[in-house]
Design a protein around this ligand. Sequence first.
Ligand SMILES: NC(=O)c1ccc[n+]([C@@H]2O[C@H](COP(=O)([O-])OP(=O)(O)OC[C@H]3O[C@@H](n4cnc5c(N)ncnc54)[C@H](O)[C@@H]3O)[C@@H](O)[C@H]2O)c1
Length: 371
Amino acid sequence: MGERKCPLEIMVNDIKFWLGKKVLLTGHTGFKGSWLSIWLQHLGASLTGYSLDPPTNPSLFELAKVGDGMRDIRGDIRNLDSLTKALLESQAEIVIHMAAQPLVRHSYKFPIETYSTNVMGTVNLFEGIRASEKVKAIINVTTDKCYENREWLWGYREIDRIGGHDPYSNSKACSELVTDSYRRSYFDKENYASHGVSLASARAGNVIGGGDWSVDRLVPDCMTALLNGNKITIRNPKAVRPWQHVLEPLGGYLLLAEHLYNDGPQYAEAWNFGPLEADAIPVELLVEKICSKWGSNASFQSDDSYQPHEANHLKLDCTKSHKRLGWLPRWNLDKAIDFVIEWTKSYQNGQSIRESCQKQIDDYLDTKQVN
Ligand SMILES: NC(=O)c1ccc[n+]([C@@H]2O[C@H](COP(=O)([O-])OP(=O)(O)OC[C@H]3O[C@@H](n4cnc5c(N)ncnc54)[C@H](O)[C@@H]3O)[C@@H](O)[C@H]2O)c1
């Protein structure tokens, strides 16, 4: 793979910042939550997680023994009392909220579960934070799908209208509205001196990475088919998504949290964390790349049966994160796919999952230029 040198400068996270910081992470038993927990443990954070059990079997959380390096609390974010108790006991100064029902197709079947988790779960968390005197920085992790999709060719900016066709996308747009309301009503910039809380939201692209077994997600479906020696079946081959390695937005959340904590309300707003323009490509092109990199005659076919509505064209404009946070993606899509395949083959060969994750985090931290 030819490495492309690029003159863009990447803002490197302040590794010492996290040492001993008390952090509450919701959704720590999930795919992104497990990766972020491993990363935060590596940085020396004092980490508490609050979530339901891992949503898949197998799960990255169990395979990488993520719970061993943190306080692992199992609970429902729809339960205000239990969530508030966990938050207060954690004495968290930084809260990263990732617990959610995150799947579009599941949301069509279970809209009540989706809205109650993604909307009232967010309200409950913010209510818990209002009862805490410790929390200084909060990031609500929503999604690129929170934008009202116009099927246009441009990337969505943070100032674009939010909306959402399916219950998942719409519930995340609602979670954004809840965030905005709490920021104006209780954590407003004007009265920062009295409450001391900075609240932001983060909208990432479609993340790929080792250890995701979620159903009806493209790359997990591909990896499962390849591991079983089956042909990959894809839906919506022409749909364009902003693909990125899971470590990219997680690095963005860490950088944003540092700014919220150190610099306060000037960063308390919405932020996009997506790939560069060239890496928003159609599903079929992504799967072609996966097949050619996997080898062993890997192939795919399209499922032409009726599918519930999903957006055709979705991109993020991340100019604001580039310019104001100094955040940039470090790995292009080819490199991200290489890392997913490397991770999956390590899993196939029975190697230590924890070590595979740690090695990729080290590689990511060592990358000082976009390539
Ligand atoms: N994976 C992606 O491509 C992607 C893209 C953009 C945004 N996101 C967002 O990132 C976050 C994490 O996504 P993921 O891919 O890791 O999902 P995941 O399904 O792997 O993990 C979800 C986590 O939420 C927890 N959870 C679900 N319902 C809960 C409840 N009622 N109470 C407490 N915990 C609950 C689960 O136990 C799990 O820990 C979500 O908010 C999702 O919307 C994901």
